[in-house]
Design a binder for this molecule. Structure first.
Ligand code: SF4
Ligand code: SF4
Length: 236
């Protein structure tokens, strides 16, 4: 594992764990992980799954429960569940239950396991990546008890997240490529042009889905058309 990545993981108090590595954790359903939360970031698949479960469009879901901003370093659109009130309660917590229990955001479903994937090399070039490059992190959650022992493989299965998660890999690549292009474009284009490109990224990558149709083919089509647009702007 790359040294920078190792340092980030250790600063987060986590440890790398293999797909068949074990960790001890048992959720006691206290509900505390749904309050005091400001870190629930959604990817396009989360937005699609949650919209479908709630029977609303991705646009309405984001408008009602999220906020969208440009990543400070990456410049790409970030969609975050917007916490409510002084206790920073997740707006999807209703009567002490998650309103999207069957389609929880990946970060909620995987907790206390996290996934990382190093997409770029030290020069910022996109590497050829595959499922074997996905690394798993276990961070001591500070909640529940240690009454159960799990493997990462079993935990992912229980969360409904595929081990060979084609979307996760493609999404990391799209973010990295978009971030590199956006940072190059910022040096050449007026802020108004950048605003348009950023809005296109948000709308095409996160919102442009019919929840009555499958997710992955739509994501691939959206990512391809957005990247085609970026390359065209760069050439012009
Ligand atoms: S989305 Fe559901 S599980 Fe995640 S913090 Fe909100 S209520 Fe809790
Ligand atoms: S994951 Fe932890 S904080 Fe969340 S409900 Fe379970 S025990 Fe409580």
């Amino acid at each position: 594992m790359d040294e920078t990545l190792k340092n980030i993981i250790s600063s987060l108090g986590g440890r790398e764990i293999g797909i068949d590595g074990t960790f001890k954790f048992h959720c006691t359903c206290c509900g505390k992980c749904c309050i005091n939360r400001e870190d629930i970031l959604l990817n396009p698949r989360d937005v699609y799954n949650m919209s479908r479960e709630l029977g609303m469009s991705p646009e309405k879901l984001v408008k009602k429960y999220c906020e969208v901003y440009a990543g400070e370093d990456s410049r790409v659109p970030i969609v975050r569940v917007k916490p409510k009130g002084h206790v920073k309660r997740c707006p999807l917590l209703k009567d002490r239950k998650c309103m999207v229990h069957k389609s929880k955001p990946s970060v909620c479903a995987l907790f206390p396991i996290g996934r990382v994937l190093q997409v770029g090399d030290t020069e910022g070039n996109i590497k050829d990546i595959s499922v074997e490059d996905v690394q798993y992190i276990f961070s001591s959650p500070g909640c529940g008890d240690n009454a159960e022992s799990h493997t990462v493989r079993e935990w992912l299965g229980h969360c409904g997240i595929p081990i060979e998660d084609e979307f996760f890999i493609k999404w990391q690549k799209v973010i990295m490529e978009t971030s590199i292009i956006f940072r190059k474009m910022e040096k050449k284009f007026r802020p108004q042009v950048m605003e348009l490109a950023w809005t296109a990224a948000f709308v095409v990558l996160y919102l442009h889905y019919d929840t009555g149709e499958g997710f992955m083919p739509q994501f691939e089509e959206n990512a391809q058309s957005f990247q085609g647009l970026l390359h065209k702007i760069q050439k012009d």
